[in-house]
Design a protein around this ligand. Structure first.
Ligand code: SF4
Length: 392
């Protein structure tokens, strides 16, 4: 979802295009005011992805957004409740896009479902909400409100519906979507709402959405952070790639966590590889950055391109074959060069991804990498210094 004002047309177009470039397939925008729905008429022709209008409180914003050519409407049953108004939106969506129609997402999110206007009803619902079985109550009210709302759509013979049931609580998200997937035959849009900043929101979102997707539940996702929206797209994609739910585009970076054996600045190297090398690779090349030879070869054996660092140097392998031994300051540029060379070979049909030609033979720790205890033992041999030399 965009974070800027929709009526600031140029900025909104730029943000949508930035999210599209990052990998977003669908982008939602807020339309709180008439000037936002008016702006959609100019925004939609300038972007390459379907646009969803996020509508709250004012059903007329939905009608205006449909008129402007939006591709989907999100309605909130918590604040657009008037039956006649909902029917007007349904009719407009049915007739949209020259009669092809557009879908409506019904978002029975945690923050949307507790009554807001009727004070007595609100107190009753809130009272139950804070009773001992909060999650059970929340689930029950989500399902009840969803059923009531859906009845209006079914009566109008409208079935192009997407459902979301977001919460900030991971078990609630998992339970709600699991229950809804059993009861309703509509696509589900998954999300953890108000998940927090990227650093913590990432964990919360991936645990909830990953569990659901691994169980075959969910059709679209949104990761929500109080951070730059491009991270939502990047992290969402990485989650889908990791689950095998989507074919990877670009390099897959593998890196060791580092430990006391490290003899290069591996953390900086990994960051540089992520931002300066991975981003220049289009194919799903598996790229490993390993801190030493102890576990490096084993951990990187499945990699297409790998570097094992040693004493301020690195040995680079391409599909198990050693191609370079370079000083630390040249690792990044040589790694990029080798990755691009390998990518060209794959494109020309001279190599295949994931095909290891040669077993990785660990480099000689003394001669080639000069790292670790072995080197120390070697250097001090016969000099009267006692050293205990241990294997990895
Ligand atoms: S590859 Fe080497 S440096 Fe990295 S964590 Fe494993 S043992 Fe430590």
């Amino acid at each position: 979802m965009t974070t800027g004002y929709t009526h600031e047309i140029d900025k909104c177009v730029a943000e949508i295009n930035r999210l599209t470039a990052a990998g977003a397939d669908v982008v939602r925008v807020a339309v709180p005011e008439r000037k936002d729905t008016e702006a959609l008429k100019e925004i939609i022709p300038q972007v390459r992805v379907p646009i969803v209008a996020d509508v709250h409180f004012h059903f007329k914003r939905a009608l205006e957004a449909v008129e402007a050519g939006v591709h989907k409407i999100r309605l909130n049953p918590g604040n657009i409740q008037d039956r006649d108004q909902v029917i007007e939106v349904i009719k407009a969506c049915k007739a949209a896009q020259g009669g092809k129609g557009i879908p409506i997402r019904i978002g029975v999110n945690e923050g949307s479902i507790i009554e807001r206007r009727d004070k007595q009803k609100r107190l009753k619902e809130l009272g139950a909400f804070f009773h001992d079985n909060k999650r059970g109550y929340l689930l029950a009210i989500m399902i009840t409100k969803l059923e009531e709302y859906l009845d209006i759509f079914y009566e109008q013979d409208f079935h192009d519906i997407v459902i979301s049931a977001k919460s900030m609580d991971v078990p609630t998200v998992v339970d709600a979507y699991t229950e809804i997937s059993k009861r309703f035959d509509h696509p589900l849009h998954l999300g953890v709402t108000h998940a927090g900043p990227k650093e913590t929101g990432c964990i919360r979102s991936v645990v909830a959405l990953g569990t659901l997707i691994a169980n075959g539940i969910g059709d679209t996702i949104r990761i929500s952070y109080a951070s730059d929206s491009k991270y939502e797209v990047e992290d969402g994609l990485e989650m889908l790639y990791s689950l095998g739910a989507r074919e990877r585009k670009g390099a897959e970076l593998i890196a060791c966590p580092t430990c006391g054996r490290i003899q290069v600045d591996l953390v900086s190297l990994v960051q540089d590889v992520r931002t300066k090398v991975s981003t220049q690779i289009e194919l799903p090349i598996k790229l490993a950055v390993m801190g030493c030879i102890v576990n490096g070869p084993g951990e990187a054996e499945g990699a297409d391109v790998a570097v094992f660092a040693g004493d301020r140097k690195g040995i680079i392998y391409v599909q198990g074959e050693k191609v370079a031994n370079v000083p630390e300051e040249e690792i990044l540029s040589r790694l990029l060069e080798e990755c691009l060379k390998f990518q060209d070979k794959v494109k020309r049909g001279e190599a295949r991804l994931g095909e290891k030609k040669v077993e990785i033979i660990p480099p000689d720790p003394i001669g080639e990498l000069g790292s670790g205890w072995e080197k120390a033992a070697h250097d001090h041999k016969g000099k009267g210094v006692s050293l205990t030399v241990g294997g990895a």
